[in-house]
Design a protein. Structure first.
Length: 217
């Protein structure tokens, strides 16, 4: 009996040490970033022209989605040109364009998309109540006709993979054909941006509070 008890004690002690070591290791070892954050002085000759363009317009510098796309500078340049059109040359009014981007950011719980675009949406005239409702994962109340159309158009397209005849008729009433195409493109573009941010595990700048907390829906 004494021998069995000694064996049991030895096994328990060994297991306890293994568990403690595993826990200690998991806390002491920080995960390496999938794409370490680049700085301007690290950029290659192929990357530098793109980095300089980004620094002129980006609220997060070459962080956020720019950090991963910098790894593919030809693609990055073409995406940057697309971003430029969909942000500053699109035919969709800025407030509605930013609202569409925020809807995608909320669907993906994209910390960087929300951090970057919530202030821009507010600056463009989207009400704080609409932004707060959307952040709380609610259909915003008190939306104007064009805001409600954008919310329904984006939500239908991304969750059902189609736009109903009723919603499309509402879109035709408020938007011309180019605006409908531009709205659809900005939706798809920011889904792609959310994917890039997710794959690269990008988050908000150091010292800034992430918009979405663990455990929130």
């Amino acid at each position: 009996m004494k021998r069995l008890a000694l064996i049991a004690l030895t096994v328990v002690t060994a297991l306890g040490g293994l568990i403690a070591g595993t826990l200690t290791g998991s806390h002491s070892m920080s995960k390496e970033p999938r794409f370490p954050q680049l700085t301007m002085d690290q950029l290659t000759d192929k990357q530098k022209p793109l980095g300089e363009q980004i620094m002129k317009v980006s609220s997060v510098g070459i962080a956020g989605p720019y950090n991963p796309i910098m790894r593919s500078p030809v693609l990055g340049q073409r995406l940057f040109d697309l971003f430029h059109y969909l942000r500053w040359e699109t035919t969709v009014p800025t407030k509605l364009n930013e609202f569409a981007i925020l809807i995608i950011g909320r669907q993906w719980r994209s910390q960087v998309e929300w951090y970057a675009h919530a202030p821009l949406a507010a600056k463009a005239g989207l009400s704080s109540d609409i932004i707060a409702d959307l952040k709380a994962n609610k259909r915003p109340s008190g939306m104007a006709e064009d805001e409600a159309l954008v919310y329904d158009f984006v939500t239908e397209l991304t969750t059902t993979q189609k736009v109903s005849d009723e919603t499309y008729a509402r879109a035709k009433k408020l938007f011309n054909d180019q605006q409908i195409v531009d709205l659809t493109a900005v939706i798809g573009n920011y889904v792609m941006v959310a994917m890039l941010l997710s794959v690269s595990e990008q988050t908000v700048p150091p010292g800034k509070e992430p918009p979405f907390k663990p455990g929130e829906e």
